[in-house]
Design a protein around this ligand. Structure first.
Ligand SMILES: [Zn+2]
Length: 270
C-alpha cells in the first residue's frame, strides 16, 4: 500500500499490508503520532487498502472508492473530530446511531481524530461500541497522546505508532530532549536549560519533535521507575509529562512557541 511518511514507517506499513492481504482486519485501531503528522491521511491510506476493490490490499488511488476516501465523502466512513476543544458524548451517540445502519459496501468505518480529547463520558460510551462492534465495522482512533485514553479503550484496540522524518532531525531532537530532561531533573539553573533549547524555538516542526522526544524520555523514565532503576521521583516525572502536554496544546491553540516553551521550562524546572 502507498502511504505518507512511507520511508519512516516501512515496518508498520508491511504489517498493515499483511493485515489486509490475510483478511485479519481488527475492529479497532489506535494510530498514535506527533501533531506534525497527518494521521488522518495515514489512516485513510489504510482505509483505502481495506475498501479498494482493485487487487486485495492495494490502495490504487484511482478508483471511485479511493477517490471518495480522498475527498472525505465515502458514504460508509464516519468522521469525528473535536469541536470546541473536545469530543463529546453526543458525538459518540450520533456515531453509534450511524453504525446501526447498513453500509453501502462491506463495512462501516469510523475515524476519530483528536481522540485523546474525548470526555470521560464519551470514552465510556465508545467503550460499549468497542466491546460489541456492529458487523464488520472498523473504528480508527487518531491520537497525539495515547496516555489520555482510559486503559479499557487502549486494551481493546490494536495500537500503532506513526513515525515522521525518522531521519537525522528526529534523532537530533530526541538526543536534545534526553539532555534537557536530565538537566531539568538535576536542577540545572533555568538560564542554562533555556540556552539549550533556544535554538529550536524557531520552527514548529522542530518544536513538535522536541516535545515528542521529551515526552518519550519522561515516559521511559516512568517505566524504568517501575523496575526500580530510576532515581527520580514519580510525581516529578508525571508533572513533567503533563507540562509537556500543556505546551503542545498551547502551541496547537495558537500560543506563540517561545511563550509556550518558556512556560514549559519554568514548570518542569520548578
Ligand atoms: Zn482504489
Amino acid at each position: 500500500m502507498r502511504f505518507i511518511n512511507q520511508e519512516d514507517n516501512s515496518n508498520l506499513i508491511t504489517r498493515l499490508d499483511n493485515i489486509v492481504k490475510d483478511d485479519k482486519i481488527s475492529h479497532a485501531y489506535i494510530f498514535e503520532g506527533s501533531a506534525c503528522i497527518d494521521k488522518k491521511a495515514f489512516a485513510e491510506s489504510f482505509i483505502k487498502g481495506i475498501l479498494c476493490s482493485r487487487n486485495l490490499g492495494e490502495n490504487c488511488g484511482n478508483c471511485n472508492i479511493c477517490s471518495k476516501v480522498d475527498h472525505d465523502n465515502h458514504e460508509d466512513i464516519i468522521y469525528i473530530s473535536a469541536e470546541g476543544g473536545s469530543i463529546k458524548d453526543a458525538d459518540i451517540i450520533e456515531m453509534q446511531d450511524k453504525l446501526k445502519t447498513k453500509p453501502f459496501g462491506e463495512r462501516n468505518i469510523v475515524v476519530i481524530s483528536d481522540c485523546d480529547t474525548m470526555t470521560v463520558r464519551a470514552q465510556n460510551r465508545l467503550l460499549k461500541t468497542l466491546e460489541e462492534p456492529p458487523g464488520k465495522s472498523v473504528i480508527i482512533l487518531l491520537s497525539e497522546n495515547i496516555e489520555n485514553l482510559v486503559q479499557t479503550i487502549q486494551s481493546r484496540c490494536v495500537k500503532y505508532r506513526i513515525n515522521y522524518f525518522g531521519s537525522e532531525n528526529y534523532d537530533f531532537m530526541f538526543d536534545k530532549a534526553a539532555k534537557v530532561a536530565d538537566m531539568i531533573l538535576n536542577r540545572q539553573p533555568f538560564y542554562k536549560v533555556k540556552k539549550e533549547v533556544d535554538d529550536i524555538m524557531g520552527s514548529s516542526e522542530e518544536t513538535a519533535a522536541f516535545l515528542d522526544g521529551l515526552q518519550v524520555v519522561f515516559r521511559n523514565m516512568l517505566i524504568e521507575k517501575t523496575k526500580g532503576i530510576s532515581l527520580y521521583k514519580n510525581d516529578d516525572i508525571i508533572n513533567n509529562i503533563h507540562a509537556v502536554e500543556t505546551a503542545r496544546k498551547q502551541i496547537k491553540e495558537g500560543v506563540s512557541t517561545a511563550y509556550a516553551m518558556k512556560n514549559l521550562l519554568l514548570k518542569i524546572g520548578g
